[in-house]
Design a protein around this ligand. Sequence first.
Ligand code: GLN
Length: 202
Amino acid sequence: MTTLHSNGRKTVGVLALQGDFREHREMLERMGHEVREVRKPAQLEGLDALIIPGGESTTIARLILSNGFQQPLRDFCDSGRPVWGTCAGAILLARNVDRLDRPGIEMMDISVRRNAFGRQVDSFEAALDVKGIEGEPFHAVFIRAPQIEEVRAPAEAIATLPDGTVVAAREGNLLATSFHPELTGDTRLHELFLTIGRNGHE
Ligand code: GLN
């Protein structure tokens, strides 16, 4: 586990409307970062980066709209600071989603299908090669996960299952993963995430 020196310490927000925001917070704190649970749009101010956690995408979408978060989150994505959606968070970042009853944030040029692995494989694990991550494969945990069915430039796929299914994509300062890196001890994806900002927001 990496512990950063004070000069590498960032203030990272985790959207805390619903879902597994605590697990992200704990991992980021173990890495030496300051973490803010974000429940109101004003709390986005002053953050270096933002995570949209896993959970139930329909519930989080509803709470995004009812708390006036949609435009502030779009503006945050536009600001060049890193934004990462894990699982339900990836669904919310996608421009196209099947069966989401209201709009999410819709900022990444990807199409996502919810619960796409079917009932029999509600949850599974896989070893992934992720573009930008060195060393051994990344151990990925999938829980009622979405598939990234289409990735349109400038978005690019950065991890696939052996059958070619895309499970992670990046578009500039935006990152989407179908799986849950906050549930394992491996901090490499959280580290990568904090480097993907643009315009001096790395
Ligand atoms: N199945 C959930 C949804 O579609 C996502 C699951 C998760 O975030 N672990 O919202």
